[in-house]
Ligand binder design. Structure first.
Ligand SMILES: C[S@@+](CC[C@H](N)C(=O)[O-])C[C@H]1O[C@@H](n2cnc3c(N)ncnc32)[C@H](O)[C@@H]1O
Length: 502
């Protein structure tokens, strides 16, 4: 399948920005104009920060996600600005707070939306403060940080920006893992590998912001005032990109924010995605099921696991409804292994390391994980095969029969089973213990947030443990069959021996 929201990252993380060293500073003669036109936003410190757990500034843009007022204003503005009449309307919905709901009968295979390019935000969009955009472009800032800065620059201009209606309807406080504090990640996601992915992502966003600040913002303080371009506002704008940006296959993979289309929620049961229609010159999608009036219409954000959906979009689908769900199992070389160094070297040569994470699905595990396990349990007399095992762990090529033998296979399966069981026990400790008890007193808002995060973490951990239980069951059965097969062979052999002795 081609692309959908935030496909740009796939399973990898945000690419750290590194572009050529800054060129000579931009002409600052126009900066007075920029300062005049930018409405300085006063921000207050009330909520806790995803990075340090310290006090952070409240974002003054956007709205509460359940707010329909700003969504209706957005709808009116879009219609007046060239959005053709729609068969859909923004409404409060059961899944996803606000969503697009069918106004008429919609057939399977129908094309919907047709958002014109003039209503789409891309890296080529005009800046209300062109001086700001020019500095970023002169410094060859890549699309993602450029769009994050664009959003903030336009947001700070409020009604002077043409995107005011759009920005006012964006959620002020999304719940993606980008906004969880380190202590929330540690408390609620201690068992899940998604915690490490969240930390990687937060670190990358901070690194990107620091790069921008060092190379550009600090050199043009009149264009990039700290009140607007700070780490808290960047976390917000990156959060908006992670949860709403689309990559359009028919526009050579161009990334875009598509107002109106980005009100569509995700369903793991549909496969349709947004794209550009060359003939009608608009962003559209083709329904892959029919809808009756009043029903919510969905698209797919991609074949993502529940953990990946929580990471970028801040929600976990209902248990058992996501056919693309998976859980990562972390495998490590044994530090006391005589061949530890040799094995690690072979892994590194193929872009792997220790520990290494592999995705398990309810339907099975990747061949790469099996090859990695062979390498972990191989004795030193198999060192001539380490290289081949490491390669297979990386690219999934089949191991030769000479390497695969029943004894080693049994050891490898037992190793995976042990890792699975130790992971299950971490999940059970969290799920049955309910995490570390909350200490201190909280405002109603803080208590609300805590119970929401805890619910999402519990849903995620329950779905991940379910996959681990299934894997454990299959591994145990396979080992039992192997062992009973060995036993049968041994009994048969002893029977023959007795026969020949007689
Ligand atoms: C592209 S926006 C969709 C519009 C969004 N509901 C709104 O009101 O702005 C993506 C966000 O919608 C919500 N969302 C999308 N699909 C969802 C689902 N299946 N269940 C719960 N929330 C969902 C999440 O908050 C996600 O970050």
């Amino acid at each position: 399948m081609a692309q959908i929201f935030c496909r740009v990252l796939g399973s990898a993380q945000f690419p750290q920005v590194s572009w050529p060293p800054p060129r000579p500073a931009a002409d600052s003669s126009s900066s007075a104009h920029v300062v005049r036109c930018r409405i300085r936003c006063s921000v207050s410190a009330t909520s806790s920060n995803a990075l340090t757990g310290s006090e952070a500034r409240v974002i003054p843009w956007g709205c509460e996600i359940e707010s329909l007022e700003s969504a209706s204003a957005l709808q009116r503005w879009l219609s007046a600005s060239g959005l053709p009449p729609q068969k859909l309307e923004i409404q409060r919905v059961d899944v996803g707070e606000r969503g697009l709901v069918a106004l008429n009968n919609i057939r399977k295979g129908e094309k919907l939306l047709f958002v014109p390019p003039s209503l789409v935000i891309t890296a080529d969009s005009e800046w209300s403060c062109p001086e700001v955009g020019n500095v970023l472009k002169k410094n060859s800032v890549p699309d993602w940080p450029l769009l994050a800065t664009y959003l903030l620059s336009e947001a700070s201009l409020m009604s002077s920006s043409r995107w005011n209606r759009y920005i006012s309807a964006l959620p002020r406080q999304p719940y993606s893992l980008l906004y969880w504090t380190p202590s929330e990640l540690d408390t609620y996601l201690v068992a899940s590998q998604i915690r490490a992915r969240a930390i990687e992502r937060i670190t990358n966003v901070i690194g990107t912001y620091n790069d921008l600040k060092l190379r550009i913002f600090s050199k043009h303080p009149e264009l990039f005032p700290e009140e607007v371009f700070n780490i808290d506002s960047f976390l917000w704008s990156f959060g908006i990109l992670f949860s709403r940006l689309v990559r359009l296959p028919s526009m050579n993979g161009k990334v875009a924010l598509v107002p109106w289309a980005d009100m569509l929620n995700h369903s793991p049961q549909v496969e349709t995605f947004l794209d550009y229609d060359k003939s009608s010159q608009g962003i559209f999608f083709m329904t892959d099921q029919s809808y009756q009036p009043g029903e919510q219409v969905f698209i797919s954000y991609g074949k993502k696991s529940n953990g990946e959906l929580l990471l970028s979009y801040g929600f976990v689908p209902k248990e058992g409804t996501n056919p693309n769900d998976s859980v990562e199992l972390s495998l490590s070389l044994n530090k006391s292994d005589k061949c530890y160094k040799e094995k690690l070297e072979a892994l590194r040569k193929h872009g792997l390391s220790t520990p290494q994470r592999f995705p398990l699905q309810i339907t099975g595990w990747p061949v790469e994980m099996m090859a990695y396990s062979y390498l972990v349990v191989s004795p030193s007399n198999m060192s001539q095969h380490f290289e081949e095992m490491a390669a297979a762990s990386s690219n999934g090529t089949a191991l030769k029969m000479g390497i695969k033998n029943p004894e080693l296979e049994e050891k490898a399966l037992q190793f995976i089973l042990d890792c699975c069981e130790s992971s299950i026990s971490k999940y059970s400790k969290f799920l049955e213990g309910g995490g570390t008890p909350d200490s201190g007193t909280f405002s109603a808002k803080q208590a609300n947030r805590k119970s929401l995060l805890k619910k999402m973490a519990t849903d995620l951990c329950t779905s991940e443990r379910r996959i681990l239980y299934r894997t454990q069951y299959i591994l145990r059965r396979r080992l039992r069959d192997m062992r009973s097969g060995e036993l049968r062979a041994l009994t048969l052999f002893n029977g023959f021996r007795k026969l020949f002795k007689q």
